[in-house]
Design a protein around this ligand. Structure first.
Ligand SMILES: C[S@@+](CC[C@H](N)C(=O)[O-])C[C@H]1O[C@@H](n2cnc3c(N)ncnc32)[C@H](O)[C@@H]1O
Length: 269
């Protein structure tokens, strides 16, 4: 009786042990394959030399919040965490997530590099200071409206692929050991400045905005001047009207700055 009771229990325990060991062996065996299918994009790793340059061009600072959308084996997130960032990867493939977590642990940044298993289109990206991408042109375009709504000054860096007619603020080519997928583009989310702004003396600044480029006119007294060389980089606005160059900082519904002659100017909307 005793034997018949203990035997099934020990058999069950042995089976459980086999299942656990087999599971562990399978988990260990996962080897990512370049070109393996992903939900929307296959996996191809960014060369480490480019990852370093991408984070350099984003000027990622310690304590900033970095996200890699489609984080693969976690290399960009791990590099960002090593630089002192709070780094988060979003990856659809659970095996890649497990691999990235293990890689982060091995690299000693398991506590600062986090990986979310899920769809990058559903991720909350609102806290990001820097977002890195290695996706595809049409995926970048689908993400673009969400990226443009991020806080002004958020930096987006994409390995190889562009953002359609939102031209990059900077493009670099990694040299050295980098042999393929060696180009990256940077965009800095511009403040939204389009519209009509009032000047204290009754003048009016009218701005039309296309991404980081602004056109429009400045009316002061009886003169109405077209503006040229208009740019918005993060919250900094610059343009020329007549012979005067204006620079200013946008904060909500106010722009404050200086004109070329060092006189201060102000506009509200
Ligand atoms: C070209 S790889 C880039 C990997 C990594 N960012 C790098 O630069 O090394 C694209 C990654 O996105 C993942 N992916 C594809 N579609 C996705 C989606 N909708 N949500 C989350 N991850 C996705 C793939 O599994 C793959 O790991």
């Amino acid at each position: 009786m005793r034997l018949s009771q203990s035997f099934p229990r020990s058999l069950a325990l042995s089976c459980l042990a086999i299942v656990i060991l087999a599971g562990a062996a399978l988990a260990e065996k996962f080897e990512p394959r370049v070109g393996q299918p992903g939900k929307d994009v296959v996996w191809v790793p960014s060369p480490q030399a480019l990852v370093d340059r991408m984070l350099d061009m984003a000027k990622l600072a310690p304590g900033e919040y970095h996200m890699d959308l489609g984080s693969g084996d976690g290399r960009t997130v791990i590099t960002a965490a090593k630089r002192g960032a709070i780094a988060v990867g979003v990856e659809y493939n659970p095996n890649m997530v497990a691999l990235a977590r293990e890689n982060a642990k091995q690299a000693g940044v398991g506590d600062r590099a986090t990986f979310i298993e899920g769809d990058l289109f559903k991720a909350d990206i609102s806290k990001a200071n820097v977002i890195t991408l290695f996706l595809l042109p049409d995926i970048n375009l689908r993400l673009r409206p969400k990226l443009l709504d991020l806080r002004p000054g958020t930096r987006i860096v994409s390995n190889s692929f562009d953002m359609g007619d939102w031209t990059p603020d900077q493009t670099i080519q990694a040299g050295g050991e980098c042999t393929s997928w060696c180009r990256a583009h940077l965009w800095i989310v511009p403040a939204k400045v389009g519209g009509t702004w009032k000047l204290p003396d009754g003048g009016e600044l009218t701005l039309e905005q296309k991404y980081q480029t602004i056109t429009g006119s400045l009316r002061m007294g009886s003169s109405n001047m077209n503006i040229s060389n208009g740019k918005v980089i993060a919250d900094q606005v610059t343009f020329t009207a007549g012979t005067m160059q204006y620079t200013g900082r946008v904060s909500g519904n106010t722009i404050e700055g200086i004109a070329q002659t060092s006189t201060s100017w102000r506009a509200t909307r």
